[in-house]
Write a protein that binds this ligand. Structure first.
Ligand code: G6P
Length: 368
């Protein structure tokens, strides 16, 4: 397999920039673009009406895609979802119900813990769907239904483009579930698919903030710790932001639900603490702004990732405001992934870290 870096310094940069294209390819596989309807590549061997609960399992970045998807399934399909990291699901004897649905998410399709979780779910008599980037992988072979991400080979050890492609597949599946259970009308589907169709263009537009992030990375590189905050679907994105920064720059970072700030991490806030707040202008924006006020009152350096509306509505002065395109609220994580990934990337570059091959990490973890 020969993949080169094209004109990029690192695979990670190349793969981040491929996202408008590969997310678009993935989208085209899951929706009928002309009719604006969900059109899954395979017929599912179950009816969403018969599923009482969904269990989503994955590791690392893929688990955060699952965490975002939990919010989507609950909201759009009114289905209860449990999200687990695979290493926990496999040993805790989780009571899964025969006939329910297990979804595993994995770029490589070879992660040992995720494979074990899939086998566990199968043994309990669940339907199994895998969302994988490698269609010939073990996880793909052993699952009942395979939903591929069309990200192309991902070489950088830290996942980037597969994350947004996983989100696209899960978004399509959540809309299909909502439709299948009668929670979403034809009109709702039309509207949501219309929003999904906009996503690749919005991702492309998000790159306008790249020079600003590159500059910001020079400050972040001087920090010893960074806090990421978000609410709703921006919460798992905060977790992913912190993971990405840790993985490639080795700076300690933590992702937190914005509302949990006062229950602990607020103790860390001082003038030296950058706090990345991910807050598109959505239903929970005002709540996140009040958490930002708590940070500002303690001298924390706020880096606000929002849209034009959010930037004008925020009543707190932030050190830096990163303005992303205005968009409908449901699918923002696919667009906000861009500044989060770029911030980790440029910080690692400033620090001279081995971006594509971070120390101690492996692309695919095939042992426990
Ligand atoms: C490794 C990689 C991560 C990845 C995780 C899960 O730890 O370094 O980037 O998210 O495995 O990999 P998978 O192939 O199952 O998505």
């Amino acid at each position: 397999l020969l993949v080169d870096k094209a004109n990029y310094r690192h695979f990670m940069a190349k793969e981040i920039h491929e996202q408008p294209e590969v997310v678009g390819q993935t989208l085209a596989r899951y929706v009928d673009m002309a009719a604006k309807r969900i059109a899954l590549p395979f017929e599912l061997p179950f009816d969403f009406y018969d599923i009482k609960r969904i269990s989503i399992t994955a590791c690392g970045t893929a688990s955060y895609a699952g965490h975002v998807a939990k919010y989507w399934f609950e909201r759009l399909a009114r289905m209860p979802v449990e999200i687990d990291v695979a290493s926990e699901l496999r040993y805790r004897e989780a009571p899964l119900r025969k006939g329910d649905l297990a979804i595993v998410i994995s770029q490589s399709g070879e992660t040992a813990d995720t494979l074990a979780a899939l086998r566990y779910a199968k043994a309990q008599g669940l339907h199994t769907v895998s969302v994988v980037n490698v269609p010939t992988s073990t996880i793909a072979r052993e699952s009942e239904t395979v939903l591929p991400t069309l990200a192309g080979p991902e070489i950088g050890v830290a996942s980037t483009k597969t994350f947004t492609c996983q989100l696209m597949v899960m978004a399509a599946l959540a809309v299909a579930a909502g439709k299948g259970r009668g929670e979403l009308s034809d009109l709702d589907e039309l509207k949501l698919v219309g929003e999904l169709i906009e996503v690749p263009r919005l991702i492309a537009a998000a790159f306008a903030i790249e020079p600003q992030i590159e500059k910001l990375a020079r400050d972040i590189a001087k920090s010893s710790a960074v806090l990421y905050l978000g609410r709703g679907t921006s919460f798992p994105l905060a977790l992913e932001g912190a993971l990405k920064l840790k993985e490639v720059s080795y700076i300690h970072a933590e992702g937190y639900a914005a509302g949990e700030l006062k229950h602990g991490p607020i103790a860390l806030i001082d003038e030296s603490m950058p706090v990345v707040v991910i807050a598109p202008y959505d239903r929970v924006f005002e709540k996140t702004v009040s958490n930002m006020q708590e940070v500002a009152a303690r001298g924390g350096n706020i880096i606000l990732m929002t849209d034009a509306t959010g930037a004008s509505e925020a009543t707190v002065d932030s050190l830096v405001t990163i303005v992303l395109p205005d968009m409908a609220a449901t699918f923002t994580p696919m667009v906000y992934a861009i500044p989060v990934q770029l911030l980790a990337y440029y910080t690692a570059v400033v620090m001279g870290a081995d971006v594509d091959q971070p120390r101690n990490l492996a692309k695919s973890v095939t042992v426990e």
